[in-house]
Design a protein around this ligand. Structure first.
Ligand code: SAH
Length: 388
């Protein structure tokens, strides 16, 4: 006899879970209870969910599951950065990185197995592409990070919140202090090419009965999938970061090939639509500093001119090298000079410190381990991009 595989409740946001319980003939509020057990108390064993009736717990155990990826490895950097290699249900592996700072803990979450965009300076691109992640695989990264960090006492954002009483279910929504206070969709993959699942997972991260992050604390980073930026504005207006990396189309076409499809002018117009009337919102523009390629004073002036009418914040990222790449990081004097030119033109600019380098957890170094359907990993070994 063929038995249906159990449904993974991690793939459901609150709406989906409410419908699920209604279909079971249960009250809608069961969804909120279940979300709290999973995401606020780290409990994924139905038998321990004591405010659900015994018969409901039994029914859930019979027909549903809360299946997480397997932690293959957990590496802790000297600077507190933590990286996990996670094995998914199909055997592919992805990476997730936690970056603790003084007042917050940021989790860098992957959205795809690999990436299809082929940006010249990115390690993930070299690995090729396999598939989109499902909602459960995206939200599980946040669950696993919080749970793992709490169990080893890393994070530093816990206060003395009372031990939740698992028996009575006595639990307050407001005294949450979790290691993960911010999420950036900046891991492996292009999140806007996995739109539905990424939006459902981000809604779950922001749900008060789940991790309760505010939309200011959830950032999506895109290489510039213009139509999806507009869709995001309508359906889930989180903070937006754009990987710009070049001040003109000629150079950006080489560094970020999707620019050939959606050139800078269209991209910036979409950014302006994204902020709309909201005077307080700015777009973060990421700019990876590549020696002799995009880091000259004239590039800086061109960038300042480009962004003069866009509410922006520029994030200069020192290039992180990886095996087989021919590019180099700009030296720190060049980066400082670049930053000063932008600041002099009134562009809010910061330099991102490189974190977790000793465990290959820095930006652009995430590679995972998966079957490359595109065979790009083979071709890339022979390819060398020429910059004039
Ligand atoms: N596809 C999305 C998210 C993944 S990349 C995007 O393009 O925004 C996350 C950030 O890391 C991007 O700004 C990307 O350009 C940057 N990055 C990629 N490779 C890098 C490298 N080798 N060194 C420094 N930053 C890199």
């Amino acid at each position: 006899m063929l038995i249906d595989s159990p449904i993974n409740l991690l793939s459901m946001d609150r709406n989906a879970m409410e419908s699920y319980f209604c279909d079971l003939g249960e009250k809608r509020f069961r969804a909120k209870q279940l979300l709290q057990w999973i995401y606020q108390r780290n409990v994924i064993d139905f038998a321990k969910m004591t405010d659900l009736s015994k018969s409901l717990r039994k029914k859930l155990s019979d027909e549903a599951c809360l299946a997480m990826p397997i932690i293959v490895s957990q590496q802790l950097s000297a600077d507190g950065t933590c990286k996990w290699l996670l094995e998914l249900k199909d055997g592919n592996c992805i990476e997730t990185v936690y970056i603790p700072e003084k007042d917050r803990g940021t989790l860098c979450v992957s959205s795809q197995v690999g990436c299809g965009l082929n940006c010249t300076f990115c390690a993930t691109a070299r690995q090729g592409y396999n598939r989109n992640l499902d909602v459960d695989e995206i939200i599980a990264q946040v669950w696993i990070a919080n749970n793992a960090l709490e169990s080893i006492g890393v994070g530093g954002y816990f206060d003395n919140r009372p031990q939740d009483d698992l028996e009575t279910g006595d639990f307050s929504l407001t005294d949450q202090r979790r290691p993960v206070t911010n999420v950036v969709m900046m891991g492996m993959g292009e999140p806007l090419l996995n739109f539905e699942s990424v939006v459902a997972a981000m809604n779950l991260m922001m749900d008060d009965f789940s991790f309760g992050l505010s939309k200011r604390r959830v950032t999506l980073s895109t290489a510039g999938v213009v139509p999806a930026i507009d869709r995001l504005a309508e359906s889930c207006p989180v903070s937006l970061a754009v990987s710009l990396h070049a001040p003109n189309d000629e150079l950006r076409n080489k560094l970020v090939p999707i620019n050939k499809k959606y050139p800078i002018e269209q991209l910036l117009a979409a950014c302006l639509r994204y902020v709309g009337e909201n005077k307080r919102q700015r777009i973060t523009f990421e700019y990876v500093m590549l020696k002799g390629i995009n880091d000259s004073p004239s590039h800086a002036r061109e960038l300042a001119k480009l962004l003069e009418d866009v509410p922006s914040k520029v994030n200069l990222i020192p290039f992180n090298p990886f095996e087989g790449v021919h590019l180099e990081r700009s030296d720190s004097r060049t980066i400082d000079r670049f930053r000063d030119i932008l600041l002099g033109q009134g562009i809010f600019t910061i330099m991102r410190r490189t974190r977790g380098e000793d465990i290959d957890a820095a930006c652009g170094q995430l590679a995972g381990d998966f079957h490359d359907r595109t065979k790009r990993s083979v071709h890339m070994k022979q390819q060398k991009v020429v910059f004039s």
